[in-house]
Design a protein around this ligand. Structure first.
Ligand code: G6P
Length: 608
């Protein structure tokens, strides 16, 4: 939520900040701004409503240059998207501040500052920090000491970067609840919300820890812990390729990421299965010993990751492991009863989702045997704070609507199921079959991607509709939820998912000739039941869009369908996800919406 980037160098840093913002845009994009200290020692600020491109346009009309600066792309929390609310915020001509997160005690701080004569020009919580800084600097503190005293007064979750016209050599930053990295250069240093923002400048990073503050200068970086003591944090070399975040030949990141799925699924399996066998050693000793003690599972996640957890519940219970799944924002605020020998599992693409992280932190006092995270970002907070991690290897996911992260999460969950199945006494032959099914998955996904043109045609039936219904039973119910989520996220068509058996308890009242109904029809034990539910839809004139196994005989009077070949039973939910992603993508294209950055959403939700 919101992206921060900053640089202090001996060259013009404007292009570095703009490129950083472009790479961080997935975190929020309702306004953007930049503050640069120019050669005359003044802070020049430009802000603009809308995306980074509109800020760039403003800057072309009014170019600014300098060797020190900070910039921000915003996802609004306090105050509507408007230029006055865009960051950086300043106190008069003084300090400039960019902020990601929420300052919970901003109202009382604002009152105190108004009483002192400070004039507010925005509706944001952030502006109090600018005035607090100006006040602290006025008392004769240097920027870093002033910052230390100001941060002590802030309640909430945040990451911050501050620059001052009076200090030509430093940016001060803090991390408390929202991610922040320091990028190390030669005679220049950088800060950003994530490493992707800085990959074109450096591969060397310091990941600030909770409560850390850093004084970032050209010739060095000093980190302080939450007590204000100087600390050494490790310097990590990133192996990420700077072009990993390019669109390549694809029109949108989402399409690129959908088509990357066979490769990243194979990558997630690499070194973890071999010749029909799960290579459990690849999980590491600590994970293995945690799994030895696991008798039950509690899964916590948000959004698409929550849907992955819902699919996995069917898989875990199939092998006799009781499993609960809940969204983090509900779980963290209710009293829950933890059964003995329960493993706490979080699932998250980013590893930074505020509610999931808070649920993990809360779980430590609840009597779980330990915590395991399934995550796509190795340096993330969830990975660092969990006992063990099982990494998905999807690579950077830029499209706000999650695609490859979801399918690789399901693959990681399947690996976990296999590891626990052996402990549950599932026989070797069955285990081998399940491993082989995972092995076949990338190839099956390749085949499904070849349906792209036909799905594009199918999408024509949707573009003029205002509503859609997705149905599924068993593990295909969460897949229906995910299909509906994709459609509403990127095409803004109202879509609901229902367990097909529940249709008659309400949603059937909505079905008429204007209601497209989407359903996956794998060749599974619930097939006949689902087909009966679809008869109920047809009897009310509902229009059916089906994705079915070629072995399935559909006896319905009118429908559109595409067939999928040779899909294995255990991995079918993963494969059937792909056509639903493509369907939403093509509907969104027809509707002309912003596929990669749908309105009001952001990829990394670091506020609760
Ligand atoms: C946001 C994103 C979703 C994502 C959810 C959870 O809503 O737009 O795509 O599923 O957050 O994020 P996480 O990073 O924890 O998986």
């Amino acid at each position: 939520m919101c992206g921060i980037v900053g640089a202090v160098a001996r060259r013009n840093i404007t292009p570095i900040l703009i490129e950083g913002l472009r790479r961080l845009e997935y975190r929020g994009y309702d306004s953007a701004g930049i503050a640069i200290r120019d050669s005359a020692g003044r802070i020049q600020r430009i802000r603009s409503v809308g995306k980074v491109a509109s800020l760039q346009q403003r800057m072309e009309e009014n170019p600014i240059e300098g060797e020190l600066g900070i910039a921000h792309t915003r996802w609004a929390t306090h105050g509507m998207p408007a230029e006055r609310n865009a960051h950086p915020h300043m106190s008069g001509e003084q300090v400039a501040v960019v902020h990601n997160g929420i300052i919970e005690n901003h109202a009382e701080l604002r009152e105190e500052l108004i009483a002192k004569g400070y004039r507010f020009t925005s509706d944001t919580d952030t502006e109090v920090i600018a005035h607090l800084m100006a006040d602290a600097v006025k008392d004769g503190n240097d920027l870093c000491n002033a910052f230390k005293s100001v941060v002590k007064r802030l309640v909430g979750a945040y990451s911050l970067a501050v620059a001052s016209p009076d200090d030509p050599d430093r940016i001060v930053v803090a991390r408390a609840g929202s991610p922040l990295v320091v990028g190390l250069g030669d005679g220049e240093n950088f800060v950003a919300s994530d490493v992707f923002a800085l990959l074109t400048e450096t591969q060397r990073f310091i990941f600030l820890e909770e409560g850390d503050l850093a004084d970032v200068r050209r010739e060095g970086v000093q980190v302080f812990d939450s007590e204000g003591n100087p600390v050494e944090r490790p310097v990590v070399s990133s192996k990420l390729n700077p072009t990993a975040t390019d669109k390549g030949p694809y029109r949108h990141y989402m399409l690129k990421e959908i088509f990357e799925q066979p490769a990243v699924v194979a990558e997630t399996l690499e070194g973890r299965i071999h010749k029909g066998r799960l290579l459990e050693e690849s999980f590491g000793y600590e994970t293995k010993s945690l799994l030895d003690r696991t008798k039950r599972i509690q899964i916590i996640a948000c959004g698409t990751s929550y849907h992955a957890g819902m699919v996995a519940r069917y898989w875990f219970e199939e092998i006799g492991i009781p499993c609960n799944v809940e969204v983090a924002s509900e779980y963290r605020y209710r009293k829950s009863v933890v059964s003995p020998d329960t493993l706490f599992v979080t699932i998250s693409q980013s590893g930074e989702t505020a509610d999931t992280l808070a649920a993990l932190r809360g779980s430590r006092q609840q009597g779980y045997i330990g915590s395991l995270v399934i995550c796509n970002v190795p340096e993330s907070s969830l990975v660092r704070e969990s006992d063990v991690a099982l990494m998905t290897r999807a690579g950077p996911e830029i499209g706000v609507a999650s695609t490859k992260a979801f399918t690789t999460q399901l693959v990681a969950l399947r690996l976990l199921v296999l590891a626990l199945a052996r402990r549950q006494g599932v026989d070797a032959e069955q285990l081998n079959t399940w491993v082989e099914e995972l092995h076949a998955l990338p190839r099956q996904m390749e085949v499904v991607l070849k349906l792209n043109d036909q799905i594009e045609e199918m999408a024509q039936g949707f573009a003029e509709r205002s509503h859609a219904l997705f149905l599924g039973r068993g593990p295909f119910y969460p897949i229906a939820l995910e299909g509906a989520l994709k459609l509403k996220e990127i095409s803004y068509i109202h879509a609901e998912a229902y367990p097909a058996g529940e249709l008659k308890h309400g949603p059937l009242a909505l079905v008429d000739a204007e209601m497209p109904v989407v359903c996956a029809l794998p060749d599974d034990p619930l097939l006949e039941k689902v087909l009966s539910n679809l008869q109920e839809v047809r009897a009310r004139g509902g229009e059916l869009f089906l994705f079915s196994d070629k072995r399935v005989k559909i006896e319905l009077d009118n429908y559109q369908s595409l067939t999928l070949d040779d899909i294995c039973p255990t991995t079918a939910p993963i494969v059937y996800t792909v056509p639903l992603q493509l369907l939403s993508y093509h509907v969104a294209l027809l509707k002309g919406t912003d596929v990669d950055q749908p309105r009001n959403l952001a990829k990394s939700v670091t506020v609760e």
